[in-house]
Design a protein around this ligand. Structure first.
Ligand code: ADP
Ligand code: TPW
Length: 579
C-alpha cells in the first residue's frame, strides 16, 4: 500500500464531557434506580465526594461518628423496610469497623450492603504498602452472604443489582461491595452508562411451599394435643402480619414470640403464652416454628427446657436450616407469607381448636405469673430497680404503641423483654442472635430515620457505652430518640471488688454516679437525671411529646439484677482450687 492510498489517520476525538458520566454518578444512579433513598456512612478517602454528590442527588446521607454504628443502622433499616440498608465506609480501618455490623446483619438475616472504597488493586495485590492497604474482598467473604468487587464503570449496574439480589433473596443477609478508588473517577459515555444500569425486578421472589409439605404440616398439627406456635424475627421481617394473625387466631394455638417478634400480635393477646414460657416449652407436643431457628436462644430444641419428646413443624425460607439441631418432622420451605397463607387456607373454616385442657392449663399459669409480676412491678423501692423503672416505661409504651423500642444490656435486656409489652409488629429491635452489645444508637438512628416515629432506646450503662458517641449524630439530625441509660455503675452491676486488692476497680465496675445525661446536653439535646419511676415517666413522656433528642440517666440500684442476666449459666466456671 502506498502512502497515498493509506486512509488518513482519524482525528483524535474531542471528549464532550457533557455527555460523559463517571463512577461516582453511576453508583448513585444505580442506587436511586433501585429506590435506595438513604445511605448510612462515614466519609473519608475515597468516598468523601461520593457522600456529597449523593446528598446533592437527593439521597439522604446520615453521617455517623463510627462505622460500626452506621452499619448497624443500615442493618436495622434493612430489617424494618425489606430494602437493603446501605452502609458506606472508607478503606481498611473504616471497612473493618463496618464489618462487625455486616457480620451481625448476616447472622440476624437482615439485608444490608456494606459498600467500602478500597485502595489501588495493583499495589494492594503486590502488598506494596498502599494507603489503607487491605484485600477487603477476601476479608469480607467469609463473614457475609456474598461479596463483589467492581473494577469497571460499565459494571457498576451489574454490581449493585447483584448486591441487592444477594441481600434480599432467599434468606436475607449482608453483602459486601468493594469499590476501588479508581472506579469512582472512571468516565464513560453517559447514555451507555444509563443503559448499563439495572432496575432489579422482584428481588425477593415469593417462594411457594410444596403442597404436600403444607398437608404434612397440617396433619401433624391436627393430631397435636398440646400444640404451640413460635414466632421469630423472620416472621416479623416477612411483613406477613395479617396471615400470621389469621394462622394463630384460626388455629387457636397458643404462641410464643421471640424477642423481635413481639408485637406481631399484641403481647396482651389472649393466646400469648409468654407468661407461661417455660411451661409451654416443656409441655408442648407439636411446635410450629415460623421464622425462628432452634439455636442457643431456644436451647437448640432439646434438653431440660424442652421437656418430653416433641415434633416440629418448621416454616423457613432456607431449606438447609431444617434438621440443624433436632429432627424436623414437617418442614415447610418457602417465604413466610406464602407458607402461612397456605397453612391458613389448608386449615379451612372448621379447624378444631386445641384441647381446653391444654389452653386452660396455660391460662392458669399465665394468670398466676402475671399476678406475681404485677405485685413486683407495683413496688417502689429506693433506689429504683429494673422492675420499678420498667413498670413506668411500660405504661408509656402502652400509650404510644407506635414507638420503636431499641434494647440492649444484660439485665436491662431480659427485664425489658419480659416487662414492656409490644403492640405492633417490628417495633422492637435488640441484640439479636449474637446477643451483641453496641447496636443501640445505630438501631435507634435507623428506626427514627426510616419510621419517623418516636424511638425509646432502653440501654444498660455498659451497653450504651459501645455506641454512646452517636448521641451527637442523634442531635445533629434532630431525631426523636429518647435514650434511657439504666445506670447501675458497671457491666451487669457495680458492686464487684478487685480480688487482687490493688487500687484498680474490678473489671466490671465503672465510675460511680456517672451522669450520662450530660453527654446529650453537650450536643444540645435534653439531659435528665431520674432517680424515681415518676421522674423517669415524666421525662420520657416529655421527650416523646417534644420529639427532642433526650437522654435520661436512670439511676438503678447497683445491687439489682444478676451477672449476665438470664444467661449466667453460659459463663464458664473455674473449678481450680485456690492454694
Ligand atoms: P429468632 O432469633 O427471632 O428466633 P432467627 O433469626 O433465629 O429468629 O430466625 C429467623 C429465620 O427466619 C431464619 O432461619 C431465616 O431463614 C428465616 N426467614 C427470614 N426471612 C424469611 C422469609 N421472608 N420467609 C421465610 N423465612 C424467613
Ligand atoms: C460486642 C458481653 C454482654 S451484656 C454486657 C456485656 C459487656 C453488658 C452488660 O452490662 P449493662 O447491662 O449493659 O450495664 P445490665 O442491664 O446488666 O446492667 N462485647 C460485645 N457483646 C457482648 N455481648 C459483650 C461484650 C456483654
Amino acid at each position: 500500500m502506498s502512502l497515498a492510498t493509506m486512509p488518513a489517520p482519524a482525528a483524535t476525538p474531542v471528549e464532550d464531557t457533557s455527555k460523559m458520566t463517571d463512577g461516582f454518578h453511576l453508583v448513585i444512579d444505580a442506587l436511586k434506580l433501585n429506590d435506595i433513598d438513604t445511605i448510612f456512612g462515614l466519609p473519608g478517602i475515597p468516598i468523601t465526594d461520593f457522600t456529597r454528590m449523593a446528598q446533592a442527588e437527593g439521597i439522604r446521607v446520615i453521617s455517623f461518628r463510627h462505622e460500626q454504628h452506621a452499619g448497624n443502622a443500615a442493618a436495622a433499616a434493612g430489617f424494618l423496610t425489606r430494602k437493603p440498608g446501605i452502609c458506606l465506609t472508607v478503606s481498611a480501618p473504616g471497612f473493618l469497623n463496618g464489618l462487625t455490623a455486616l457480620a451481625n446483619a448476616t447472622t440476624n438475616c437482615f439485608p444490608m450492603i456494606l459498600i467500602s472504597g478500597s485502595s489501588e488493586r495493583e499495589i494492594v495485590d503486590l502488598q506494596q504498602g498502599d494507603y489503607e492497604e487491605m484485600d477487603q474482598l477476601a476479608v469480607a467473604k467469609p463473614l457475609c452472604k456474598a461479596a463483589f468487587r467492581v473494577l469497571q464503570a460499565e459494571d457498576i449496574g451489574v454490581g449493585i443489582a447483584r448486591a441487592i439480589r444477594a441481600a434480599l433473596s432467599g434468606r436475607p443477609g449482608g453483602v459486601y461491595l468493594d469499590l476501588p478508588a479508581k472506579l469512582f473517577a472512571q468516565t464513560m459515555d453517559a447514555a451507555a452508562g444509563k443503559r448499563s444500569l439495572i432496575k432489579v425486578v422482584d428481588p425477593a421472589p415469593r417462594q411457594i411451599p410444596a403442597a404436600d409439605s403444607v398437608k404434612r404440616a397440617l396433619a401433624l398439627l391436627k393430631g397435636a394435643r398440646r400444640p404451640l406456635i413460635l414466632l421469630g424475627k423472620g416472621a416479623a421481617y416477612a411483613q406477613a402480619d395479617a396471615d400470621i394473625r389469621a394462622f394463630v387466631e384460626n388455629s387457636g394455638v397458643p404462641y410464643l414470640p421471640m424477642s423481635m417478634a413481639k408485637g406481631l400480635l399484641p403481647d396482651t393477646h389472649p393466646q400469648s403464652a409468654s407468661a407461661a414460657r417455660s411451661y409451654v416449652l416443656a409441655e408442648a407436643d407439636v411446635v410450629v416454628l415460623i421464622g425462628a431457628r432452634l439455636n442457643w436462644l431456644l436451647s437448640h430444641g432439646k434438653g431440660k427446657t424442652w421437656g418430653g419428646p416433641k415434633q416440629f413443624i418448621q416454616v423457613d425460607i432456607s431449606p438447609t436450616e431444617i434438621d440443624s439441631n433436632v429432627a424436623i418432622a414437617a418442614p415447610v420451605i418457602g417465604d413466610i407469607g406464602s407458607c402461612v397463607s397456605a397453612l391458613v387456607a389448608g386449615m379451612g373454616s372448621n379447624w378444631t381448636e386445641p384441647p381446653a385442657e391444654w389452653t386452660g392449663a396455660i391460662t392458669e399459669r399465665k394468670d398466676k405469673n402475671l399476678a406475681k409480676m404485677a405485685e413486683t412491678l407495683a413496688r417502689n423501692p429506693s433506689p429504683m430497680n429494673f422492675h420499678s423503672a420498667l413498670a413506668a416505661i411500660r405504661e408509656v409504651v402502652k400509650a404510644r404503641p407506635d414507638a420503636v423500642v431499641v434494647n440492649e444490656g444484660a439485665n436491662t435486656l431480659d427485664f425489658t423483654r419480659s416487662i414492656v409489652d409490644m403492640y405492633q409488629p417490628r417495633k422492637r429491635l435488640d441484640v439479636g442472635t449474637w446477643g451483641i452489645m453496641g447496636i443501640g444508637m445505630g438501631f435507634a438512628v435507623a428506626a427514627a430515620v426510616v419510621t419517623g416515629k418516636p424511638v425509646i432506646a432502653i440501654e444498660g450503662d455498659s451497653a450504651f457505652g459501645f455506641s454512646g458517641m452517636e448521641v451527637e449524630t442523634i442531635c445533629r439530625y434532630n431525631l426523636p430518640v429518647c435514650v434511657i441509660v439504666f445506670n447501675n455503675n458497671g457491666v451487669y452491676g457495680g458492686t464487684d471488688v478487685n480480688r487482687g486488692g490493688g487500687p484498680d476497680v474490678a473489671p466490671t465496675v465503672f465510675v460511680k454516679g456517672a451522669r450520662y445525661d450530660k453527654m446529650m446536653e453537650a450536643f444540645g439535646g435534653v439531659g435528665v437525671h431520674a432517680t424515681t419511676p415518676q421522674e423517669l415517666a415524666t421525662a420520657l413522656n416529655e421527650a416523646i411529646r417534644s420529639g427532642k433528642p433526650t437522654l435520661i440517666n436512670a439511676v438503678i440500684d447497683e445491687t439489682a439484677g444478676t451477672e449476665s442476666g438470664r444467661i449466667t449459666r453460659l459463663n464458664p466456671q473455674s473449678t481450680a482450687k485456690k492454694k
